[in-house]
Design a protein around this ligand. Structure first.
Ligand SMILES: [Zn+2]
Ligand SMILES: [Zn+2]
Length: 452
């Protein structure tokens, strides 16, 4: 078992900070014939674990699809673990243009039936008869052609925050839904138009292009390496970006800014905004767009119902959740009648605003801090908190941070404390500590020492 995988997200983020290595966020895929995906999976896990690689990877008999965060210094060694396999010789790694050391906080490699859930029966068509791969420059050129129809093969919540100008953006929540819709919409243009497609990293287009050629489309093209690779080429070659807004990504960043244009709105107040978030109510977890003001007012929740639930004691929240099917709601990503400004269908090509300078997605972790322990009790009348020290030492004069989903992030300087009932100036692991906390804290709030 990998060490990271046994820790909480906060603790893993902490360890990554302490290691102090710069990390790269990258993705890649390869179709192949893999005899024993289970064995393949185990081998990769062992090799990647040694390199401190984190991320989410699917392997199947048909190949591999991976999103990773790798220490920059291990990039070549990581590449070697891939090139050890013939089918990954010279594999293209789609390296992100924006990096965040916390894009992934653990390593998972899962065996699946397919590496992309496309709903296609691969036996019914030639999956190797794919479309023509286009690089960024060629892609820009073909978009100028009046005979071109460009289709976004991502889900609607992805297209909403950024897409190519003029693209058809099907109102779908899964890739498999979009295939028949597009086939029907374009059935009269199978021979006379260029069907040009793109997705995040190129993988969805590999199957989709073969499928549409099988459906009779004559001129099928796809963006090589997807938007991730397009963004990189735009930057390197100084090309015009025909993609506007943000590229939705499947790691903790939830989006990579490609241009300064904000093309989406906060789903709650309508203000220009393109930051996705997950509802803080664990029984909901809806993915939606929320501006900073609404985030503060709604405490990161999608609705007042969810907000109320997050204020209940944890045991009550768990009781409410049990027996309820939230899976379907989560699956329907941004669909909820509570979100007044959630649009469906065609999306605007006009920027609603310009982005402010890019913000760090896990800003709160950027404060240098070490985890000391957790809250055990709060004496409301006396305004005193009881904490258990689990790591390091707590000393009088320390600047501390108390952090939790409801408490938020509160800091204070420690002026007086009782250690196991007696006044003392230092507390060690195992000690029970009480001190005054001028705000309400909750059970299992985390206690940190701020070190910068
Ligand atoms: Zn808002
Ligand atoms: Zn919610």
């Amino acid at each position: 078992m990998q060490l990271y995988n046994t820790l909480s997200a906060e603790e893993r983020a902490e360890l990554i900070d302490q290691a102090g290595k710069q990390r790269l966020t990258l993705s890649f895929y390869a179709y192949a014939k893999i005899q024993d995906p289970k064995q393949f999976r185990d081998n990769l896990f062992i090799e990647w674990n040694k390199l401190d690689a984190l991320g989410r990877t699917y392997v199947a008999k048909e190949g591999i699809n991976a999103q990773m965060s790798v220490p920059a210094e291990n990039l070549e060694a990581f590449r070697e673990t891939l090139e050890a396999y013939d089918f990954m010789k010279n594999i293209r790694l789609n390296v992100a243009v924006e990096h965040d050391d916390h894009s992934f906080l653990k390593l998972t490699v899962k065996v699946r039936d397919k590496i992309v859930a496309d709903g296609l029966n691969d036996e019914t068509f030639d999956v190797t008869n794919i479309g023509v791969h286009l690089k960024a420059k060629e892609f820009n050129q073909i978009l100028e052609d009046p005979n071109t129809i460009v289709v976004d093969f991502r889900n609607h919540y992805e297209s909403e925050i950024g897409h190519f100008k003029g693209a058809i953006t099907p109102d779908v929540e899964t890739f498999r839904e979009s295939l028949p819709i597009i086939n029907e919409q374009l059935k009269n243009h199978k021979e006379d138009k260029n069907l040009v497609m793109y997705c995040t990293g190129g993988i969805r287009c590999e199957k989709a292009s073969a499928y549409f050629k099988h459906q009779g489309f004559k001129n099928v093209f796809q963006l090589e390496g997807g938007i991730i690779n397009y963004a990189k080429q735009i930057q390197e070659e100084g090309l015009e970006s025909k993609f506007i807004g943000k590229n939705f990504v499947f790691d903790n960043r939830l989006g990579e800014r490609i241009t300064e244009d904000v093309v989406a709105q906060c789903h709650q107040c309508g203000k220009p905004c393109d930051n996705h978030t997950n509802c803080a109510n664990d029984g909901c977890h809806l993915l939606f767009i929320q501006c900073d003001e609404c985030k503060a007012a709604m405490e990161n929740c999608c609705s007042s119902d969810c907000l109320e639930i997050t204020h209940l004691p944890l045991a009550e929240q768990v009781r409410l959740r049990s027996g309820k099917q939230v899976g379907n709601k989560v699956f329907r990503k941004g669909k909820s009648e509570n979100l007044k400004f959630k649009h469906s269908g065609e999306l605007s090509d006009i920027a609603l605003a310009k982005a402010q300078e890019t913000k760090d997605i896990r800003q709160k972790i950027k404060i240098k801090k070490v985890l000391l322990g957790k809250a055990e009790h709060y004496y409301v009348k006396a305004q005193v908190g009881l904490f258990i020290i689990e790591n390091h030492e707590l000393t009088l004069g320390d600047k501390i941070l108390i952090s939790g989903p409801t408490t938020g992030n509160e800091t204070l300087v420690l002026e007086k404390m009782l250690v196991n009932g007696n006044e003392s100036s230092v507390a060690k692991p195992g000690d029970k500590v009480t001190f005054e906390v001028p705000f309400r804290i909750r059970l299992s709030d985390k206690l940190f020492k701020i070190t910068n």
